[in-house]
Design a protein around this ligand. Sequence first.
Ligand code: HEM
Length: 280
Amino acid sequence: TTPDSDKAGLRQRFDPSPSLLVKEAEHARPAPEVTFNELKVEPTFEISTPTMQISLPNDGPFKEKDGNSSDKTQETVTLSMPPPPPMLNRGSEPPRLKPPSLSAPPRPGNGFVRPPPSAAASLRVPVTKPLPNASLAPSSSIMPPGKQVSRKVVLEPGHSPLDWAALTNNPNNHLRGKDAPGDGFLRITPTELKRQNGRKGKDAWTVYQGKVYNITPYVPFHPGGAGEILRGAGKDSVKLFMEVHPWVNWDGMLSECLVGILVSEDEAARGSNGSLDEMD
Ligand code: HEM
């Protein structure tokens, strides 16, 4: 070979024409695609609607009303099916996993409709803005049936659960109220309890597990609203309370509001002046 032909040969090798490039590119096809061809899998991006063919005998339950006899022994019904989801990894690469940052990590406890029972519920500050007229709020149309919207209300400023906790921390606040003078606990009859219904200047007392509490100071702090908690005024609230929030720590929250215990009329008549201190 001459030097000139050497040059030409080199140029052809290192400065290939576009057609050569294509050829080389074809040769450079990655091996897994060959595997595809060997497996007779046709990589294609077309999305076709698959069909399903069902053969029905003509004299079966689908026979025409007028009894037309047809030469056909079979009728073919073609049903369309929705297209499959497009496959994005049709190439030779294995399917790639999504980066972890794009998928939210699974959160435990998502199935809970209500928060789990805990004493801390009494100190939890509401994170979502409640409905102003929560007791009248209709259930949301986008909520699945059976799941209700919160019945919590907007509390006045300074009436958060933490504000209540601060108030009960000071025993000088006399949260037992004006109807329970002194420090001693009272023995309260059902008749007396009935009178303490929060009306006509009377404090609202209620009963929980045989103990009588003055709920009047707590009413503006109650997350379920005044109307709800006052349903128990002058009577035993345990049933209503347990229906709504059995996890709330009544004793812990209202210990400073304890007025006394509920006794029967007979028991009260046997006692001297109604003070529990007398029993010691
Ligand atoms: C007649 C008795 C009572 C009734 C009918 C009642 C009713 C309600 C209602 C309807 C709610 C809103 C629930 C929601 O949809 O999220 C609520 C919340 C609440 N109530 Fe009562 N309540 C009563 C007594 C009490 C008492 C005595 C206390 C305190 C010892 C109390 C503490 C609370 C607390 C802490 C919440 C918020 C619960 C949470 O954060 O999930 N309730 N109440």
